[in-house]
Ligand binder design. Sequence first.
Ligand code: COA
Length: 271
Amino acid sequence: MTDSHAADSPSAPRLWGAEARAVAGVRLKTLSADLPADLTTRVLTPDDADRLHVFRLSVVSSLADPDHYRMAGEVGNFVADHLGDKGLTAGIFRGDRLVAYGAIGLPGPGDANRGRDLGLPEEELALVAHMSSAMVEAPDRGRGLHHRLIAWRLEVARALGRPHLLTTVSPRNHVSWGHLAQHGLYPRRWLQVDKDLVRFLVHRDVRVEPVLDTTTARLVPLERLSGQTDLFAQGGRVWARLSGGDVPGGAAGAERRWYALCGRERIGPDR
Ligand SMILES: CC(C)(COP(=O)(O)OP(=O)(O)OC[C@H]1O[C@@H](n2cnc3c(N)ncnc32)[C@H](O)[C@@H]1OP(=O)(O)O)[C@@H](O)C(=O)NCCC(=O)NCCS
């Protein structure tokens, strides 16, 4: 199934700054629908820069595994870029307190563009949006906020005529890439993003719906993912994160086995 329209054409004019923010604001209804009653949403503005900066430092400093999010892997000035012309950020608030955000990057000509890392043709780079980052404060996790923030960014990218969604994520951060995969953003490549940082390059083109070739499907225990150098050979992708149940002997729900569902994309007319 394809889903494209004139705005997806590389030659169509792109929206930036205040106009893009207005489009993103209209899409807040996706983020707000059935939101827990104690929370509200809005698109952040440059006046939120300090608040966003402090929030990010606080979440990163309390990560269970520091590899899950490394600011060293970011490009440019994250906060300024995602509150100005180069990107948009939605905030979820309890009263005045920011409890979650999701940021989308809108690279322009000459900006760093993850489409190059995937090998997209030069004319497709104008159609790229970056799923740059999302963070939720620990007490509000498990309420569906991340899933909402992913859905909001997908809608905004679509509305802005950017069907290619790309980002990088730690293979150890399986909650994050597992959620992205649930929204059709699958790991497609290994990518070295800093001296010693190896990440999944995750991608979705909303105009196409790839299908797993089930004859190539295999489950890889998460702890063995990083050694799998051939994971992405011949159109390989990671399609999903699957739970294999609780670890024997562990307290119920305390520790689970997780697997990555890997395999190649089905090619051909009968796909
Ligand atoms: C990774 C992170 C963003 C996840 O945020 P979260 O808000 O807890 O995620 P969600 O609540 O959307 O999903 C968590 C679970 O709650 C479930 N859930 C509970 N209520 C839900 C609802 N109303 N709607 C949808 N899902 C719901 C989801 O199904 C999900 O289960 P799954 O993991 O098996 O899919 C958060 O842990 C975090 O900020 N981590 C630190 C920073 C980070 O790693 N960021 C990601 C890299 S950019």
